[in-house]
Design a protein around this ligand. Sequence first.
Ligand code: SAM
Length: 354
Amino acid sequence: MENILRDAHNRIIRDLRVSLTDRCNFRCFYCLPNGEPPLARKDTILTFEEIARICEIFVSLGVEKIRLTGGEPLLRRDVEKLVEKPALLKVPSSKFQVPSEEENNPKAESRKPKLIDLALTTNGFSLVKRAKELKRAGLDRVTISLDSLKKDNFKRMTGVDKLEEVLEAIKAAKNADLNPIKINAVIVRGYNDDELVDFARFARENDLAMRFIEYMPLDSAHEWKREQVVSAKEIFAKINEVFPLELKDASRGNETAWKYKFKDASKGEIGIIAPVTEMFCGACSRIRLTADGQICTCLFSVKEHNLRDILRSGATRAEIVDFIKDVVFQKEPRHYINDAKFAPASRSMSFIGG
Ligand code: SAM
């Protein structure tokens, strides 16, 4: 059997998103406006050792990118210690940590580590004091959420008065060389669609990769309205009018964003992620692991797959691999946001891991 994760639609999984916690200290209206739903019991949350073991198995099955997320991943205590573990999967095989049950397995020894990219998505609130340590632990880069450049609007959108802290976090990430730094902004009509050009200017002046994300129906309050979605087309047009843009690559590959450079060769990059108006499920290479050890095959899955219990039942590596392969095979062909019968995901983006 091939040693790769392929679904029933012939898509290969290369990208694992691992949620480290279901807790978050921001109250973004498009995600967790009313705070977290009841938190998972502490003993159901995966330990660092369990996360490390799962990452190692996924990498052995062809995953090349791991993104640590949440909830707010920096709320997890000693996250630097966790980062050190998957970071080992990037270094030459002498340091590759093969679980003890595999130590005498010649096939396991010959496996080559293939992790290429270890990233973390954060709201940035405690990054200033942790950026250097995260880099030292082996983190390659960060994505920082920033929904407004205006103090009042930032508070309106995120529920917290922390714009200055997030701007400082971006500087700290740069100083720690957590590059390329991406900045995520969810664009919502009536909230921050008037800031598109300001964001583009911010990207140019600070040499950052802005990522504009269409608002998806993943908010825990289920208040998403189609009229609030600002389409990729509109985002592009508004920026292009002031700062002409040029597509970087003719193909998006399995990336989520169409990437643009500025025609005047300025620094910075614009990326537009359009899951609602330009669905890209056909090229999806992603799979998600929740903080309590459930595999989600799609952000909009209504079914989760309990990897934690398999892991804790004393299953062998082969059994765990079989389980993961079987789950991947069930990955949904696409999301159904635009269908009349659309049903919201079982849990909010914050729990699934954005
Ligand atoms: N706490 C971290 C943060 O704020 O970046 C990581 C988790 S957060 C769920 C990950 C990303 O999901 C953020 O960039 C956030 O803006 C995005 N997100 C959350 N809800 C969304 C929604 N309804 N539509 C589009 N993006 C969303």
